[in-house]
Design a protein around this ligand. Structure first.
Ligand SMILES: Nc1ncnc2c1ncn2[C@@H]1O[C@H](COP(=O)(O)OP(=O)(O)OP(=O)(O)O)[C@@H](O)[C@H]1O
Ligand SMILES: [Mg+2]
Length: 352
């Protein structure tokens, strides 16, 4: 899967700009504020349907304009397709694939990307939600069913919590059997798929970590259940939900399920958020992102496009060179931004 070209019309600081990345590494350089991250953001938006910088989609529309468009031509198993994202202040966002309208949930997995930005440190340092989002996005990009189940599950949890709140207000006994059943069924599916993904990621992690560091450090991910062990099944979740029902009713929340689970990243068996140095944490995240590209390739047969924003501020020269070597060897199409770049053998696009 490769980006052939992308064009931004009235997006951020771009009036109308078209870019043709190379087949492997492309580096966008330019001064601070030139609009490098804007390009990465737009490509990511065409892939995920959201920005990594803002939840206000309108922010992407050029200040002077009412509408903006992202056009992106990409190859999927050798055939070129076009994605179009129309952003409008009045009508919100619309997605089109080869001129046919797409819902966001169908967009996901169409054109696949893996993103690394300086903010990605939150994956280690941030709240569990960040780590769940990482895993959910990864699996959703290779499994539309997973994303559907995730949406259904999240709705069921929200409905259960709302029913608990209502019952508390009215002083009645909550009627939530139907939500418990939906949650138990969804939870068992999601946890199974997540555990499988974590196992597959672990198969790739040793290679990507050592490609970056040159050392045989063992980086692993562990799936942490909020309660329970192994991979609980539907009946386990049903029982557990029943057991915590009174307490949940008192606090109007749902205390069991994958929306409470977490991931633990370990380097040589030790929690990297507690014992890893800054540099080790950064490298670990990057190794995780590379493992994600490998995971996606194994699941779908094609590498996703790798988006690396401002990686120069994150990695020293040795690691950067190791990274570029790895990317070249795997031939992963990569769009990278950098204030300056002196390496050779890349497609370089300089922003004015
Ligand atoms: N909606 C918008 N309309 C017009 N211009 C915008 C909009 N949003 C952001 N900008 C402009 O885009 C620029 C920021 O671009 P961007 O973050 O891509 O820069 P960058 O090249 O990545 O810089 P750095 O090297 O500092 O990371 C700013 O100058 C900002 O004023
Ligand atoms: Mg930037």
């Amino acid at each position: 899967m490769n980006v052939v070209s992308f064009r931004l019309i009235q997006i951020r600081n771009q009036e109308d700009g078209e870019y043709r990345p190379g087949e492997e590494l492309t580096v966008f350089t330019g001064m601070n504020g030139a609009g490098k991250t804007n390009l990465i953001e737009a490509v990511y938006f065409a892939s995920i349907g959201k920005s990594f910088r803002t939840s206000q989609t309108e922010d992407l529309i050029r200040w002077e304009a009412d509408e903006g468009t992202i056009l992106l031509d990409f190859t999927l198993r050798g055939t070129v397709h076009q994605l179009k994202v129309r952003l409008s202040r009045k009508e919100g966002v619309r997605f089109f694939m080869n001129e046919t309208k797409l819902r966001r949930k169908d967009l996901l997995g169409t054109f696949r990307t893996v993103l690394f930005t300086p903010d990605e440190m939150q994956l280690i340092k941030g709240v569990p939600q960040e780590r769940r989002r990482f895993l959910d996005l990864e699996v959703s990009q290779v499994s539309p069913r997973y994303y559907e189940e995730l949406l259904r599950y999240s709705r069921a949890v929200a409905q259960r919590n709302a029913a608990l709140r209502q019952a508390q207000l009215r002083g009645t006994v909550p009627d939530i059997d139907i939500w418990d059943m939906q949650i138990a069924c969804g939870a068992a599916y999601l946890v199974k798929k997540r555990a499988e993904a974590v196992a597959r990621m672990n198969e790739c992690l040793a290679d990507t970590e050592s490609a970056l560091t040159g050392q045989k450090e063992a980086l692993t991910i562990r799936y942490l259940l909020n309660q329970g062990e192994g991979v609980p099944d539907e009946s386990w979740y049903l029982e557990k939900l029943a057991a915590v029902r009174d307490e949940d009713a008192r606090l109007c929340r749902t205390s069991v399920g994958p929306h409470r689970d977490d991931l633990l990243f370990e380097l040589n068996g030790r929690d990297i958020s507690r014992f890893g140095s800054q540099g080790q944490q950064r490298t670990a995240i990057l190794a995780m992102k590379l493992a994600e590209t490998e995971f996606i390739r194994r699941e779908t047969g094609e590498y996703p496009v790798l988006l690396l924003d401002d990686i120069g501020s994150e990695l020293d020269r040795t690691r950067r060179e190791a990274l570029c070597g790895y990317l070249r060897q795997c031939r992963i199409q990569t769009l990278m931004t950098a204030a300056e770049y002196n390496g050779e053998d890349v497609c370089r696009i300089v922003l004015p």
